[in-house]
Structures are given as structure tokens and as C-alpha cells.
Write a protein that binds this ligand. Structure first.
Ligand code: 4AD
Ligand code: MG
Length: 480
């Protein structure tokens, strides 16, 4: 018999049909004669209720059907009166495929903390919350490719192992096969990476941007979507050591075009999720409403999840320069009352997440795009402005998240790029090929990076980035 999914069954018009379903038991309750089993197979947020006549089934089988066990049910699909759903299954046969000893199975039918579920990341896919997040994450991945494909972009696989540190922040994980106890040494007594696997010091990529720029200088519009690694020792709810980044790069785009692209892209992604993940969003929205009941009024979410997502889709992002933002922050109440941990003194201050959140959550109450940052606090590759002080950078800040997107127009003028690399002590030898892109047929171009998990966080309303990626990697944690 053909196996069905819960999603297909609940959406079908098959009342009276005999069906077979394999799935995991979420709960079982019952009386002397019948058991009601809530089954979930991951295809949807909803469980399907199975009604089992205990006498027909035999006591032994029924006892093995516990929360977490896996069963195959055959029975008749009937219209349901009690379960709050269109259909339920009247079982004629129940087979236990895999037991889950009730004394040992960690996920009991009660509320578990997200911390506990993180320690059981191999099992948390089986919870309503994490399965909803997983389905939304999938939908967003799909939306990324849809968006760019429909606009004529080419997807480029950029390398994961590289010799360069694109952001120049020195937060790389090295890749080496040298014997750690006894590495080959140079005459000066330093580790001789010439003898290493790649013949030089290599690391996991912090960004696919530089290689994407090479592709954009021929293919025009490209994007990367790959794993990204940063050895930042940031134990926050927004940082991962391994995360996924989407990086479009477009020839002939200037900064304004770049911002337009980013804003269109984010609105598309959110609208796509609203359209395709309604049930999961409703579930997550209710989850947040429940959580907020235990919070002080000022800590509660100002909008419900779906309303918040619609708001972002329907309203323009606020655009202003870094310098304008600094003025707003300098004159803000928290700054005057010395409530910021890092006081805002003036031009040159690097924005901390408390400042970013003040701008988006308190001042503008919507996503904000900041442009033209001081060159000192941005990467070497950004296009320098006439003023000699600022670069054509843009960051997009989101409520509850802070920085969601970082991008810029790139410095396409060889001499100016060389100057900046000199000033910032960036090794020119390693990036010879990047410089050649400016030497041969250079062109204005722009791009940005969107932190995929931060977007999933925003869309799902999850407070901690560790709860939107299946197996998070953070300082001191690479379990599973
Ligand atoms: O601002 P970043 O460092 O920009 C770049 O890497 C550029 N090369 C992008 C480009 O222009 N092509 O990172 C981009 C985004 C951030 O805005 C943030 O959303 C995310 O990547 N991000 C992180 N997400 C999770 N954990 C971390 N440790 C992250 N670091 C950056
Ligand atoms: Mg950034």
C-alpha cells in the first residue's frame, strides 16, 4: 500500500479510504477500550489522530506505543468529530517500527526549555517548535534561489578552503594537515606552511565575496550561498562560528542599486514565507504570545509575529548615513542619561548592537539602512568617497536582530585600492588575482552579505540563533 504523508492526508478528499501512515508518536491518551494517538511525520505542523481499539490491537502492541516511538498504522480515514481536524484514522493494524522506552526517552509530552532541546539537538527535530523552524528554514533556502534565478543571477560555488581573509579581521580557522606535535620548521624556526597540504597557510572562508567579484566581472549578476566560518569569540544570541551567508555581487550596480536589491530581496523572502508557511508561523506566533505572558510589559514583542512580518514587507526601509545616525544617537535620551554601555561621542564611533537596536526599535521602529561609514571601521575593499573619510558601505539593521546585512560598493580603482590595502596592512601578494580584476576591465560593482540564520531568526521570532540551525557551532561547542 502506498505510504501517505499527514499533510497530504489532511488535505485530501479521501473520507472512507484505507490508508497507511508511518510516523512518530507525539502523545497517547486513552481509556480502557480505546487509545488516541497523535502522530506526526514532519510533513506539517499538524498531527493526525489515530483511534485504536485496544482489544483488536492486543495489549502488547499498544503498550509499546509510547511518546517518541515510531509506528506504521493502517486504517480507515474517517471524518473527525473530536480532534479539531477534518480527518482521523480508525486503525485496523498498528505495527511498532521502533520503540522509545518511556523511562529513557528525553522528550516527554510537556514543555521543555530551548536550552534542554539544544543539548538534544539530534531529537529536537521532533518538537513542534524546531520542526516549524526547520520547515521555514527550508522554505527560505528555496526562496533565495527562486529570487535570484528569476532575476537572471547565476549561483556561484565559492571555495570553502581559501588562503585569504576577505574581511581582514583575522577571525579565521586554519586548515592544516601538519603534524601538530612536530611541525616542519623554517630556518627562522617558524612553522613551514610550504610543507603543508596546500603549500601555504589556508583557512575556512569568512566570505565568498572576493571570488564572487571575479565571477561578477564576467557573468554580471551572481550570488553565493554557502557556509561561512568565523572564529569570533562572541557568545551572543546572534553569533555562530559556522553560519550560512548569501552574497550577491552585481557588475555596474552602485550603492543605491545595491540597497534596492537588498530591500527587494528581504521583502521577497519574507513575503514568500508568509505565503508558504502559514501554519508554522501561526504556531510560532502563539508560542511567542505564551512566552510573553511571563515577561514584563516592556520586554514583550511590540507586534505579533505575522503582523511584524507583514509590516516589513509593506513599508520602506529607512535610509540614512552613518553620520546622520550618529547625530540621532548622540542626542538620544539613553546617550544623554549615560544608559549606553558604550557612549556615542561622535563621528568614528563603531556602532554597538545597543546603538543599532536603539535606532531600529526605539527611533525608527522599522528596518534601517545605514550608509557611508568611516573608512577606519570598514573592510579594505569598500569604495572610498570624495570626502576622504567615509566609504560606500551599507548595513541593514533589523528590529530584535541588529545587523542583518553588510555590504558595499567595491573600490574598482586600482590605485585607490592599493592605497587602502597599504594603509590597512593587507597582504597584496595573497590577493594578486583580486587586484588583477581592477587591472583588466574593471567596472563599478556592488554586493552584500545576508546572514541566513539571522534572517531565519527574524522570520521565526526565535530569540537565539542556536535555535534556527540544526547543529550550531559556537565557542566551546561542536557537539553532534
Ligand atoms: O558584515 P559581514 O562581515 O560582511 C561580509 O562578510 C561581506 N563580505 C559581505 C559582502 O559584502 N558580500 O557579514 C555579513 C552578514 C552580517 O550582516 C550578518 O548578518 C552575518 O553576515 N554574520 C553572522 N551571522 C551569524 N554569526 C556570525 N558570527 C556572523 N557574522 C556575520
Ligand atoms: Mg558587517
Amino acid at each position: 500500500m502506498k505510504r501517505e504523508s499527514v499533510k497530504a492526508l489532511l488535505a485530501s478528499e479521501k473520507a472512507g479510504a484505507e490508508v497507511t501512515l508511518s510516523a512518530w508518536v507525539r502523545t497517547k491518551r486513552g481509556s480502557k477500550n480505546v487509545a488516541f494517538i497523535a502522530l506526526n511525520d514532519g510533513s506539517t505542523q499538524h498531527n493526525v489522530q489515530v483511534v485504536v481499539d485496544l482489544e483488536k490491537m492486543g495489549e502488547e502492541t499498544v503498550e509499546k506505543v509510547t511518546t517518541g516511538s515510531c509506528i506504521r498504522v493502517t486504517g480507515q480515514l474517517v471524518e473527525s468529530q473530536g480532534s479539531g481536524q477534518k480527518y482521523e484514522i480508525e486503525a485496523s493494524k498498528v505495527e511498532v517500527l521502533g520503540e522509545a522506552d518511556a523511562n529513557e526517552y528525553p522528550l516527554q509530552p510537556k514543555k521543555h526549555s530551548l536550552e534542554f532541546l539544544r543539548e538534544n539537538a539530534h531529537l529536537r527535530f521532533r518538537t513542534s517548535t524546531f520542526s516549524a523552524v526547520s520547515r521555514i528554514r527550508h522554505t527560505l533556502i528555496f526562496a533565495v534561489h527562486n529570487f535570484f534565478n528569476s532575476r537572471g543571477f547565476y549561483n556561484i560555488h565559492t571555495p570553502i578552503i581559501t588562503g585569504s581573509d576577505a574581511e581582514g579581521a583575522g577571525e579565521t580557522f586554519n586548515v592544516s594537515t601538519l603534524d601538530k606535535k612536530n611541525p616542519p620548521l623554517t630556518e627562522e624556526g617558524e612553522i613551514d606552511y610550504k610543507k603543508d597540504f596546500f603549500g601555504k597557510l589556508t583557512n575556512l572562508t569568512v566570505s565568498g565575496q572576493l571570488e564572487a567579484e571575479a565571477a561578477a566581472m564576467a557573468l554580471g549578476k551572481v550570488y553565493t550561498f554557502g557556509p561561512t566560518f568565523r572564529a569570533e569569540n562572541s557568545n551572543t544570541t546572534r553569533h555562530l562560528a559556522e553560519f550560512w551567508m548569501i552574497e550577491p555581487e552585481v557588475a555596474f550596480n552602485e550603492l543605491e542599486d545595491n540597497i534596492d536589491l537588498a530591500e527587494d530581496f528581504m521583502k521577497y523572502m519574507i513575503a514568500y514565507t508568509l505565503e508558504n508557511c502559514h501554519d508554522d508561523l501561526v504556531y510560532l506566533e502563539n508560542r511567542i504570545i505564551e512566552e510573553d505572558k511571563n515577561k514584563k510589559a516592556e520586554d514583550r514583542q511590540p507586534m505579533d509575529l505575522i503582523e511584524k512580518l507583514k509590516f516589513v514587507v509593506e513599508n520602506d526601509f529607512e535610509r540614512l548615513t552613518y553620520t546622520e545616525a550618529i547625530e540621532i544617537l548622540r542626542n538620544s535620551k539613553p546617550n544623554k542619561k549615560k544608559k549606553f554601555q558604550y557612549p556615542v561621542e561622535g563621528f568614528g564611533t563603531d556602532l554597538q548592537s545597543e546603538h543599532e537596536r536603539y535606532l531600529v526599535e526605539k527611533h525608527f521602529k522599522k528596518p534601517v539602512v545605514l550608509t557611508d561609514y568611516p573608512k577606519e571601521i570598514k573592510a579594505f575593499y569598500m569604495r572610498q568617497n570624495e570626502d576622504g573619510k567615509t566609504v560606500r558601505a551599507m548595513d541593514i539593521l533589523f528590529p530584535g536582530i541588529g545587523e542583518m546585512v553588510g555590504g558595499s560598493q567595491r573600490e574598482e580603482r586600482l590605485d585607490l585600492l592599493l592605497n587602502r590595502m597599504e594603509e590597512m596592512d593587507i597582504e597584496k601578494e595573497e590577493l594578486w588575482w583580486y587586484l588583477e580584476l581592477r587591472k583588466f576591465g574593471t567596472a563599478p560593482h556592488s554586493g552584500f552579505g545576508l546572514g541566513f540564520e539571522r534572517l531565519v531568526q527574524f522570520v521565526t521570532g526565535m530569540g537565539n540563533i542556536r535555535d534556527v540551525i540544526p547543529f550550531p557551532r559556537t565557542p566551546k561547542n561542536a557537539e553532534f
